[in-house]
Design a protein around this ligand. Structure first.
Ligand code: C5P
Ligand code: C5P
Ligand code: C5P
Ligand code: ZN
Length: 461
C-alpha cells in the first residue's frame, strides 16, 4: 500500500510521462553528483525502453546562462533531473518546453513539475532526485529494477542521515524492491566491500575517529589488540570477510574507543546505521554497497566526467568501471587533502551565528561542500558552516547545517536565496545543505548579511 504522498506524486508523474510520450526525441539535463548521475541513468533507461531517443547533458548547476543556451538549441522537450526546481523562473522566461523531476526547494511553479515538496515531503530526506525520477520512470513503463539506482542516489545525498536510515518515500521504494536492494544495520564506515579493515578505519572521516583516522599503524595496532586473524591466505581481510563474532568485537571496540576519546555524541550515533546492499551486484565491488557506489559516482561527476559514472550505472563493468575506480582514488585523496588543508591552516572562523572558511583555489568548488560537511563535526555544531571556493564567475558558497539547527528554524536554502539575490548571485538547495555563487568582492557583505539572516532564523539562543 502506497502512502498518500507517494500516490500524489504518481498522479503528477502520470501527467509528466504523458507529456514525454508526445515526443520521439528529447534532451536530458542532469546534475553531476551521485544523485544526478543515477537520476540520469534512470530516465535514460526508461526512455530507451519506451522507444524515445535522447541525449544526455550533465551540468555543475543550472543557471540562467545554461537555460538561455538550451533555449537557443531549440529542443522539442528538455527533461531536467535532480535540478530545475530552483530555476523555474528562467525556464519559463526563456520559453523552454520542459519536464522537471527534482527534489530541491522549488522556486516558482511549472505545469510539468515533479517534486516531493509539492506533496508536503521534504526533499532533503524523504525523496532524492533519483527517487523522484524513479517514480516518473515507472509511469513511462515497468522500471522497478531501477530501484537500486534510486537508492544509490539518495544515499549519495546523505538522505539516511537524519534518522540513521531511509524513511518515508525513500523507504517505500526500498521496501517494495527486496530483490534489488537489501537494508541492514551495520557499521557505517566507508569501504566495507572493498577495503582492508584497517584501511577502512584509517580512512574513516564520517564519523571521524581521533587517533585512528589517518593513522595506519594505529589502526593495525587497534585491531591487533582484538585477537582475531586480520589476514587470510596472505590477504588483508575486508569487513565482508569477517565472521559475525569478529564484527561484533570490532564494533564494540570502536564504540568503547570513541567513548574513551570524547567523540561527540552526534558522531557516535553515526557509527551504526542502516546500510544498503545491491543484491544483484558482485560482492566485494564498489557497486555492491550503496555508499561506495555513490562515492564512485561522485568521483566521476564532480570532476566533470559524469559520463563515466553514467556508463557504470547503465551496467558497464569494464573500461568505464575501471576508469571510475581510478578517479575514486583521486577523489578520496582530494577529500583528505581538503580536510587537512582546512585543519592545518586553522581556517574556520566563527562569527556570532555562522562559521566559515575560504578555500580559495585550494579545494575545487565541486567538492568544497563535501569537505565542509565532513569537517563540520570537528567544529562548532551549534553554528552552520559556510565554505567558499573560487570559480570562474564568482565565489562558490557551500553551506551545511545540522538537524538540531534545522529543528530550530535553520533553512540554508531560503537564507542563500534571499542573501544572494541582494548581492547579485543565485543559490538554493535544501534546509540542511545549500549552495550558491556570489560575485567576487561581495564576501564580506555576504558574511554580514548571512550572520543576521541566520540569527533571525534560529533566534539568538
Ligand atoms: O544537490 P543535492 O540535492 O543533490 O545535494 C544534497 C546535499 O545535501 C548533499 O551535498 C548532501 O551531502 C547534503 N546533505 C547533508 N546532510 C543531510 C542531508 C543532505 O549534508 N542530512
Ligand atoms: O556533497 P554531499 O555533502 O553530497 O556529499 C556526500 C558525499 O560525500 C558522498 O556521496 C561521498 O561521496 C562523500 N563522502 C565520502 N566519505 C565520507 C562522507 C562523505 O566520500 N566519509
Ligand atoms: O554545492 P553544494 O554541495 O554545496 O550544494 C549543496 C546543495 O545546494 C545541493 O543540493 C545543490 O544542488 C544545491 N545548490 C543549488 N544551487 C547552487 C549551488 C548548490 O541549488 N547554485
Ligand atoms: Zn539531489
Amino acid at each position: 500500500m502506497s502512502s498518500e504522498k507517494y500516490l500524489a506524486l504518481q498522479k503528477i508523474a502520470i501527467e509528466c510521462a504523458k507529456e514525454i510520450r508526445n515526443y520521439s526525441h528529447v534532451h536530458c539535463v542532469s546534475h553531476i553528483d551521485a544523485d544526478g548521475i543515477t537520476s540520469a541513468a534512470i530516465i535514460a533507461r526508461a526512455l530507451e525502453r519506451a522507444g524515445i531517443d535522447y541525449e544526455m547533458q550533465f551540468v555543475k548547476q543550472l543557471d540562467e546562462k545554461i537555460v538561455k543556451e538550451l533555449s537557443e538549441e531549440n529542443h522539442d522537450l528538455v527533461i531536467f533531473t535532480d535540478l530545475g526546481s530552483g530555476q523555474i523562473e528562467h525556464i519559463i522566461n526563456y520559453g523552454l518546453n520542459a519536464v522537471i523531476s527534482d527534489h530541491h526547494r522549488p522556486q516558482g511553479q511549472h505545469s510539468h513539475h515533479l517534486n516531493p515538496h509539492l506533496v508536503g515531503a521534504n526533499g532533503s530526506y524523504e525523496l532524492s532526485g533519483s527517487g523522484t525520477t524513479y517514480i516518473l520512470a515507472n509511469e513511462l513503463g515497468d522500471n522497478r529494477d531501477l530501484a537500486s539506482l534510486a537508492i544509490v542516489g539518495c544515499i549519495g545525498d546523505l538522505q539516511y542521515r537524519k534518522y540513521g536510515k531511509l524513511v518515508s518515500l525513500n523507504e517505500e521504494i526500498l521496501k517494495a524492491n527486496p530483490e534489488h536492494v537489501m537494508a541492514k544495520m551495520d557499521l557505517s564506515l566507508y569501504g566495507k566491500q572493498t577495503r582492508p579493515i584497517h584501511k577502512m578505519i584509517q580512512f574513516s572521516t564520517d564519523p571521524y575517529l581521533p587517533g585512528l583516522t589517518g593513522n595506519e599503524d594505529g589502526c593495525i595496532e587497534f585491531l591487533g589488540s582484538l585477537h582475531f586473524p586480520l589476514a587470510k591466505d596472505e590477504r588483508w581481510k575486508r569487513w565482508i570477510d569477517l565472521e559475525i563474532a569478529d564484527k561484533r568485537k570490532v564494533i564494540s571496540a570502536i564504540i568503547e574507543y570513541s567513548i574513551g576519546h570524547n567523540v561527540p555524541k552526534a558522531n557516535m550515533d553515526r557509527i551504526i546505521t542502516e546500510c544498503y546492499e545491491l543484491v544483484q551486484e558482485r560482492e566485494g565491488t564498489e557497486t555492491r554497497d550503496a555508499m561506495e557506489f555513490s562515492t564512485l559516482l561522485n568521483a566521476t561527476g564532480r570532476y566533470m566526467q559524469a559520463e563515466i559514472g553514467f556508463a557504470v550505472c547503465l551496467g558497464d563493468r569494464g573500461e568505464y568501471y575501471s576508469r571510475a575506480s581510478t578517479l575514486l582514488q583521486e577523489h578520496r585523496k582530494n577529500l583528505v587533502d581538503g580536510i587537512n588543508y582546512v585543519k592545518n591552516t586553522n581556517g574556520v572562523i566563527e562569527l556570532s551565528h555562522i562559521q566559515y572558511f575560504d578555500a580559495k583555489d585550494k579545494i575545487p568548488e565541486t567538492i568544497v561542500g563535501i569537505v565542509a560537511g565532513m569537517i563540520h563535526s570537528s567544529y562548532n555544531r551549534n553554528l552552520p558552516i559556510f565554505a567558499f571556493s573560487n570559480k570562474e564567475d564568482g565565489h562558490k558558497v557551500s553551506s551545511r547545517g545540522t538537524q538540531i539547527l534545522v529543528n530550530k528554524g535553520l533553512n540554508l536554502s531560503e537564507a542563500l536565496e534571499v542573501v544572494c539575490k541582494e548581492l547579485g548571485g543565485a543559490g538554493g538547495g535544501h534546509d540542511i545543505a545549500a549552495g550558491a555563487t556570489i560575485p567576487y568582492g561581495t564576501m564580506d557583505q555576504f558574511l554580514e548579511k548571512m550572520n543576521i539572516m541566520i540569527s533571525q532564523q534560529i533566534g539568538s539562543g
